[in-house]
Design a protein around this ligand. Structure first.
Ligand SMILES: C[S@@+](CC[C@H](N)C(=O)[O-])C[C@H]1O[C@@H](n2cnc3c(N)ncnc32)[C@H](O)[C@@H]1O
Length: 218
């Protein structure tokens, strides 16, 4: 059996969404684009939280690992008119869509979108960054953490999405679990363990949506 979302409390997410109000214009179109393609974007509740983290940390430079078509980047870009994002993704189509949307949002000039392996692209990006946001292939989260942590400034944030992984971060995987769950679960578990044990980093997990981890570089 696959776990349902970790909302657990009936009506919680509709309530949070209602409080925040619906997105309009280009952001609403981006959400609709994701819905139609069943593309896993962070969604408006988490997006709002990412924007908030960028505001409170005074971020100006963000590195995204796994940008899709630019939805999460669009939330970061809202945080400050001088905030810049380096986006990475393996798909040229995603880059094209992202730039179309970001041009219409008026923020494309603050985005450098690099196509190719996300970790290779990240490696060639000059730090320091205020925030690294990790939302790529989950089996590579430990690698992503290890390779991008040196690029964060002291006090910077490494943020990773889906770290509760619909419950499979801590619950046994049934034999009939989808193959991608089986393949990616060890990476999520290993990442969570390393992020909580590594000296020089302070990590906690916010059980919002599919779980968001925040690691501060001390
Ligand atoms: C969950 S989606 C990202 C969604 C985006 N962060 C958002 O919320 O708008 C994951 C993306 O990571 C990309 N990806 C996964 N593994 C990758 C890799 N090794 N190199 C580059 N891109 C990768 C996929 O192409 C996909 O677009």
């Amino acid at each position: 059996m696959e776990f349902d979302r970790l909302d657990m409390v009936d009506g919680l997410y509709p309530y949070l969404s209602k409080l925040a109000g619906p997105e309009t214009g280009v952001m609403a179109e981006m959400e609709e684009y994701g819905r139609r393609r069943r593309f896993p974007i962070v969604g408006p509740i988490l997006g709002r939280f990412l924007q908030q983290l960028a505001v409170v940390s005074g971020a100006r430079r963000v590195l995204e690992i796994g940008s899709g078509y630019g939805y999460s980047a669009a939330w970061f870009l809202r945080a400050h008119p001088e905030l810049h994002v380096i986006c990475t993704d393996s798909s040229e189509l995603n880059r094209e869509r992202a730039l179309e949307f970001l041009v219409r949002l008026g923020s494309a000039d603050r985005v450098d979108f690099r196509v190719g392996d996300a970790l290779q692209s990240a490696e060639s990006a000059a730090g320091p960054f205020d925030i690294v946001f990790c939302d790529m292939d989950k089996s590579r989260y430990p690698d992503a953490f290890e390779r991008t942590l040196p690029k964060l400034r002291s006090g910077g944030l490494f943020i990773a999405d889906n770290v509760l992984w619909r419950g499979y971060a801590f619950a046994d995987l049934p034999d009939n679990a989808p193959e991608f769950r089986k393949v990616m679960t060890p990476g999520i578990r290993e990442f969570n363990r390393i992020a909580h044990q590594l000296p020089g980093v302070l990590t906690s997990i916010i059980p919002l949506r599919d779980g968001l981890s925040l690691s501060v570089k001390l």
